[in-house]
Ligand binder design. Structure first.
Ligand code: ADP
Ligand code: MG
Ligand code: ZN
Length: 622
C-alpha cells in the first residue's frame, strides 16, 4: 500500500513541474506572439542612425522603451531608452511624428485569457489524458501487487460492486398478506428510515440489526423488500449462499464493499438473506475450510460495529433457524431485535390466497375459506404456488377462469405432487390402496376430535403417494389436547389396520403413516408431558447449542429405554383402537372402499353420505 502513496506524491510533484512549464511557455511564447506580433528589437545606435537619416515616421516614447516605425517599412521597432535630454528635439528636427498608438497595451481581457485561462485549459486536458492512461494501467498494476500481497482479487470485488446497486423495490406492506405482527414490528423501522431526525432529536437508538426468523417461504424476503418500499429507500441485498461460492478473500471484500456503498446511499436498507450460511456458530476447531466463512463473518461484525445507527442504514437479515447463529451476531448492538415470521394461520392463508388470486382470473364463486382450511401448514410461498398451479390447470382445461376445483386440485399438486398419469398400478394394488385410504377416513370420521374428511383419492401422485385422504380442519388449531393427539395417531395407523383386517397382510404403503404416528407419539411423551408414567417432565430438549437444532434426550439411557417402550405402547394402543373401529364397521369399510375404487376420487360429502346410510352392498370382488 506504501507503493500507492509514493505514486501519489510523485505525481503531485510532477504536476507542479508540468504546470510551471506550461505557464512559462505561455508567458514566453504565446503572449509575445499575440501582443507584440510585429515588433522588432533594435539597438539604440541603430535608432539614432534612423533619426540621422530622417527615416523615422512615427515615434512613441514610453518610460523605458521607445517604439518607432520607419518610412517604407511596415514593421514596428523597439529599443531601450537611454538618458538623452536632446532626444525630443532631434526627433522633431528629423520630421518624426510623435504618437501614442504604435505600441498598444494588450487588451487586459485577452491578456487574462491567454496568461491564465489558456494554461488552465491546457493543463486540464493534459491531466485528463494522463489520468486515463493511469487508470487503464492501474487495473493491471493492482492485480500484480495484490498477488504480491497475497490477498488477491481486490480489483475483482471492485468491478463487481454494481451487484448491490440500491434498488427501489416498489413493494409495500400491501403486498404482504397476513403477518400482522411482523408488519407492526417493522413499521417502526420504516418510520425511522422516513424520519431519522425525529429519533435523533430525542436520542433514541434503533437496533442496528433486525433479524427475521421463520420457516422457508413465509415471506421474510418479501417483508424486507416491503420495508424498503414503504420507507422509499434503496434496498441493498446479498444472500448468504452467494458468499459461500466465493473465492478466498472475496467474501470479506464484498461485505466491505456492500457497507461502503450503503453508507453512501443512506438512508437505506442492507438485507442479508440466509444469514445462517455465513453466521453459523464457529466451532473453534481451527480447521481450515471454515476460514473463509469466518473471515466473512468477522468482516460483517466489524462493519456492524463500525457504523452508527443514526446514519440511517438499517440492517435486516433473514434466517430459517436463529438457534444456529453465532452468538456474536445476536448479542446486543448487533442483530438484537428478532422478529418471528410464522407460517400463516387460517385467516392468514385465506388472505394470502386472495392476494395472489388478484393476479389471476378467478370465477366469482370461489370459496377461499375452504381452500385455506384444506391447506393447513402451507407457507405463503406454497399458497402462491397453489394459485399459480390452479391457473395452469384452467389453461390446460381450455378455460378462461379458475374454478374451485382447480384450486382444490392445485393443493394436492403442491402438497402431494402432480397426478401420475399413465402410471401402471395393478387392480389389486388399487384395491389395497382403496381400503387403506378408507381406513384412514373411517377412523377419522368415527373420532369426534379429528378434522372432517374433505376428499379421498386413489389417483397416484408423482411424489410417491398412491392415495391420499385430505382432512380439513374446521378452524385454526393451536392447542392440541391429549385426546386429539391420540386420535391423530389412530388415524395414521388406520390405513395399515384396514390392510391387516381385510387382506391379513401389510404393505410398504404405510411407511409414511408409521413415521408420522411415531413422531407424534414421541413428541406427546417426551415433550408435551402426556405420558402418565413421566408426567410433566420434559425428557427431550431442542438442543440448539451444540447440535444445530437437533433434539436430544435429557435423561438417562435407562429412561430413554422406557420412553421407547412408552412410544411403542402408545402407538400399539392407538393401532388397536383403530383396528377395533374398523372391525366394528367392516361392512361400511367394504362399501366405501368399493365406491372409492370405482370413482377413484370422492368428496367428503359423498363419503359421509355412504357412511351414514344403511349398509346394503356386499364386498367388491377382485
Ligand atoms: P422467505 O424469504 O421467507 O423464504 P419469500 O419472501 O421469499 O419467503 O416468499 C416467497 C414468495 O411467497 C413471495 O415472493 C410471495 O409471492 C409469497 N409469499 C410468502 N409469504 C407471503 C405473504 N405473507 N403474503 C403474500 N405473499 C407471500
Ligand atoms: Mg427468502
Ligand atoms: Zn396412509
Amino acid at each position: 500500500m506504501n507503493n500507492k502513496q509514493n505514486k501519489k506524491k510523485k505525481s503531485f510533484a510532477q504536476w507542479y513541474l508540468i504546470f510551471m512549464i506550461v505557464l512559462l511557455l505561455v508567458d514566453f511564447l504565446v503572449i509575445p506572439l499575440i501582443s507584440d506580433a510585429k515588433i522588432e528589437q533594435t539597438s539604440y545606435s541603430e535608432f539614432l542612425t534612423y533619426i540621422d537619416n530622417k527615416k523615422i515616421e512615427e515615434v512613441q516614447i514610453e518610460d523605458n522603451e521607445i517604439y518607432f516605425t520607419v518610412k517604407g517599412d511596415d514593421k514596428t521597432y523597439q529599443t531601450g531608452q537611454m538618458y538623452d535630454p536632446d532626444l525630443v528635439n532631434r526627433l522633431d528636427e528629423s520630421g518624426a511624428e510623435f504618437s501614442q498608438t504604435i505600441q498598444q497595451e494588450t487588451n487586459p481581457f485577452i491578456y487574462f485569457l491567454v496568461s491564465f485561462i489558456l494554461p488552465m485549459v491546457l493543463l486540464w486536458a493534459l491531466m485528463r489524458s494522463y489520468m486515463k492512461r493511469i487508470s487503464n494501467k492501474m487495473g493491471n498494476d493492482q492485480m500484480t501487487f495484490n498477488q504480491g500481497d497475497g490477498f488477491g482479487f481486490g480489483n475483482l470485488s471492485k468491478s463487481n460492486a454494481k451487484v448491490y446497486e440500491g434498488v427501489k423495490t416498489g413493494i409495500t406492506f400491501n403486498d404482504v398478506a397476513g403477518q400482522a405482527e411482523a408488519k407492526e414490528n417493522l413499521q417502526e423501522v420504516v418510520d425511522f428510515l422516513k424520519n431519522p431526525k425525529k429519533y435523533e432529536e430525542i436520542g433514541a437508538h434503533l437496533p442496528k440489526g433486525v433479524l427475521l426468523v421463520g420457516p422457508p417461504g413465509t415471506g421474510k424476503t418479501l417483508l424486507a423488500k416491503a420495508v424498503a418500499g414503504e420507507a422509499g429507500v434503496p434496498f441493498f441485498s446479498i444472500s448468504g449462499s452467494e458468499f459461500v461460492e466465493m473465492f478466498v478473500g472475496r467474501g470479506a471484500a464484498k461485505v466491505r464493499d456492500l457497507f461502503k456503498q450503503a453508507r453512501e446511499k443512506a438512508p437505506c436498507i442492507v438485507f442479508i438473506d440466509e444469514i445462517d450460511t455465513i453466521g453459523k456458530k464457529r466451532d473453534g476447531s481451527g480447521l481450515s475450510g471454515n476460514d473463509e466463512r469466518e473471515q466473512t463473518l468477522n468482516q460483517l461484525l466489524a462493519e456492524m460495529d463500525g457504523f452508527d445507527g443514526s446514519k440511517g442504514v438499517v440492517l435486516l437479515a433473514a434466517t430459517n433457524r436463529d438457534e444456529i447463529l453465532d452468538p456474536a451476531l445476536t448479542r446486543p448492538g448487533r442483530f438484537d431485535r428478532r422478529i418471528p415470521v410464522e407460517l400463516p394461520d387460517l385467516r392468514g392463508r385465506e388472505s394470502i390466497l386472495k392476494l395472489h388470486a388478484k393476479k389471476v382470473k378467478m370465477s366469482d364463486d370461489i370459496d377461499f375459506n375452504v381452500i385455506a382450511r384444506a391447506s393447513a401448514g402451507a407457507s405463503g410461498a406454497e399458497l402462491a404456488n397453489i394459485v399459480n398451479e390452479s391457473a395452469l390447470l384452467a389453461v390446460r382445461d381450455g378455460r378462461k377462469k379458475v374454478l374451485q376445483k382447480d384450486l382444490e386440485e392445485a393443493i394436492e399438486i403442491v402438497i402431494a405432487g402432480e397426478q401420475k398419469k399413465g402410471a401402471v398400478i395393478s387392480t389389486h394394488e388399487r384395491l389395497i390402496v382403496s381400503y387403506h385410504e378408507i381406513g384412514h377416513a373411517l377412523v377419522a370420521a368415527k373420532c369426534k376430535d379429528t378434522a372432517p374428511v374433505h376428499k379421498i383419492t386413489i389417483i397416484p401422485r408423482t411424489k410417491g403417494a398412491l392415495g391420499y385422504t385430505m382432512q380439513v380442519e374446521e378452524d385454526q388449531q393451536n392447542l392440541l389436547s391429549k385426546d386429539e393427539i391420540y386420535q391423530r395417531i389412530m388415524v395414521y395407523t388406520a390405513g395399515r389396520c384396514a390392510e391387516e383386517l381385510i387382506f391379513g397382510s401389510v404393505t410398504s404403503g404405510a411407511s409414511n403413516d408409521i413415521e408420522q404416528a411415531t413422531k407424534l407419539a414421541r413428541m406427546a411423551i417426551t415433550r408435551l408431558g402426556m405420558s402418565d408414567q413421566f408426567g410433566m417432565v420434559a425428557l427431550e430438549t431442542v438442543n440448539n447449542q451444540y447440535l444445530g437444532g437437533d433434539t436430544s434426550l435429557a435423561c438417562s439411557t435407562e429412561t430413554a429405554t422406557k420412553i421407547d417402550e412408552e412410544v411403542i405402547a402408545l402407538v400399539k394402543q392407538a393401532h388397536d383402537d383403530a383396528y377395533r373401529i374398523l372391525e366394528d364397521n367392516k361392512m361400511k369399510l367394504h362399501e366405501l372402499a368399493k365406491y372409492l375404487y370405482e370413482k377413484e376420487t370422492i368428496t367428503g360429502d359423498q363419503f359421509m353420505y355412504i357412511l351414514n346410510k344403511p349398509v346394503e352392498i356386499a364386498a367388491p370382488q377382485e
